[in-house]
Design a protein around this ligand. Structure first.
Ligand code: SF4
Length: 501
């Protein structure tokens, strides 16, 4: 039987911020692909890089397990792999060349390899599976097993023939997601994940995907794996998987990894009914859009199902910037969705983005004001990051080539890679300032609750109050640095010349 060793290129310890947080999620997409091959009769195993020391650790796994094929299959459901971080890219290259030197066939499927396939082919990969990989991988393995290699007949594959890169037709996305085998959870060391979550957070969260793709067109958002089509598992299928995660695997919290949770009309309501019929008890977080949350009875259904946190791509408090991003949402919708979520006992959380071309100090202030007014439960602050395949990337591609840097090394780098309104260090200070300011305000709000309604104070409130003195000096420090750096603004003539405005 052909032996296929799966791995992925995300090493938690190569991403200092995430390593510190210790909230790791197993590589879900990798587990889907492994399950799909196992169902077809292949012998599969997993070398999970999440807690590994480095790519060298792969060698002992290869020596003990002796695979015919190594498949580096990244978790396309996790935003960390969508960032195409160079620390992980280097690790992937290293694993590819180690496997080749042992005579193993090497296949890669990831966002980064889809964008930079030639780099991966240069570093030991023989085949790049682009986009959603289960079917493509199955067809490729069949050919390798039979010894009849006609890779040009397989959609969604890139390879080299006589030194020339051959790019096959795109693979159609899967419509019937329920036809996929359940992810191969048995391949993961669940105890290790649980141990780390319990130590860092006091609960255990696992990940599930209920949909693939997103039909919206925010012009900076790269979707190289699941694309612009949107397909969903049935609520029945999701509930069956949830029973496994919250039962056998012991999760008490779930991250719904979907770009957009519950877009199909009626889906969330049906899901909530099933969760209640089955008496499933778990907390979960989702990602959605403010306009969608305001449709039908979505927020009400989310609350009925037990949703704890809804992350929304708020991005900016300036309508001008939302429009420039082709976000398709209104600032007022951010306000209204936040009110609705809070009213139903769901914690709103905002993804925010600074530095988008054309953003002025007034736009930044509008975002800061919005956060202060609405006070979501949490914020995730980033800077605009041009990834291949987006309109935004095409717009600044010349500047990226000039600067010679196109990707972040790790998820906390947050460097502005193009000519933005303010110098790159300004945005780093802005991000730190906003975090400190936000935590300070949370502490002060909790203090107010303590004095006005002590019976409603939660344990987290006490922690927030205690953290005020910790965040205060940082807020002033980063605020001052931001102000100084903000003085060296680029003029509108310069921005026009760069093509940024
Ligand atoms: S809605 Fe979210 S996932 Fe969809 S295009 Fe916009 S940012 Fe991307």
């Amino acid at each position: 039987m052909m032996r296929v060793l799966f791995t992925h290129s995300y090493f938690l310890r190569f991403d200092p911020k995430q390593w510190k947080q210790q909230q790791p999620y197993p590589p879900l997409a990798t587990l889907y692909a492994a399950a799909a091959l196992r169902e077809q009769g292949y012998d599969v195993a997993l070398f999970d890089t999440m807690f590994a020391q480095g790519p060298e650790a792969l060698v002992s796994k290869m020596e003990s397990w002796n695979p015919d094929v190594l498949v580096v299959y990244d978790d396309g459901f996790n935003f960390l792999t969508k960032m195409c971080l160079t620390n992980m890219r280097e690790a992937a290259f290293n694993m590819c060349s180690k496997a080749r030197s042992k005579g193993c066939r090497v296949v890669v499927c990831s966002s980064d390899a889809t964008d930079r396939y030639d780099l991966y082919l240069d570093h030991g990969a023989e085949f790049i599976v682009t986009g959603e990989g289960e079917i493509t991988l199955g067809e490729l393995m069949h050919q390798l097993k039979e010894g009849k290699e006609l890779p040009e007949t397989i959609d969604g594959l890139i390879f080299r023939r006589d030194g020339v890169t051959v790019k096959n037709r795109k693979r159609e996305v899967l419509r019937d997601l329920d036809s996929l085998a359940m992810p191969a959870w048995d391949l993961v060391d669940i105890k290790e994940y649980k141990k780390r979550w319990m130590k860092s957070s006091g609960y255990f969260s696992l990940n599930i995907s209920t949909t693939r793709g997103c039909p919206f067109h925010c012009n900076w958002c790269a979707k190289p794996i699941y694309g612009n089509r949107y397909h969903a598992h049935s609520p029945q299928h999701v509930v069956a998987e949830l029973k496994l995660l919250t039962g056998t695997l012991g999760a008490d919290h779930i991250w719904m990894t979907d770009d957009i949770f519950g877009l199909k009309p009626g889906w969330v309501g049906e899901f909530a009914d099933l969760v209640n019929t089955e008496k499933l008890k778990f907390r979960f977080k989702i990602q959605s859009r403010v306009d969608l949350l305001l449709q039908e009875n979505t927020v009400d259904a989310l609350a009925r199902a037990g949703c704890e946190t809804a992350w929304v791509g708020a991005e900016s408090g300036s309508q001008k910037i939302l429009d420039a991003m082709d976000k398709g949402t209104k600032v007022e919708q951010i306000y209204e969705a936040t009110r609705q979520l809070k009213k139903h006992g769901i914690r709103p959380a905002f993804f925010l983005q600074f530095g988008y071309p054309g953003e002025t100090r007034e736009d930044i202030d509008a975002t800061l004001d919005m956060v202060t007014e609405l006070m979501p439960d949490d914020i995730g602050v980033s800077v605009s990051y041009p990834l291949p395949g987006t309109k935004f990337y095409d717009r600044v591609a010349d500047q990226l080539r000039e600067n010679g840097k196109t990707n972040w090394t790790d998820s906390d780098e947050l460097a502005v890679l193009f000519q933005s309104t303010f110098p790159a260090p300004f945005y780093k200070e802005l991000q730190r300032y906003l975090h400190k300011h936000f935590r300070m305000k949370q502490g002060l709000d909790a203090w107010k609750r303590l004095t006005q309604a002590p019976a409603h104070v939660r344990g987290s409130d006490l922690k927030r109050i205690a953290a005020i003195s910790y965040h205060l000096p940082g807020m002033f420090l980063h605020g001052r640095r931001m102000k100084t750096l903000g003085k060296s603004k680029r003029t509108s003539t310069e921005l026009h010349r760069d093509g940024t405005l």
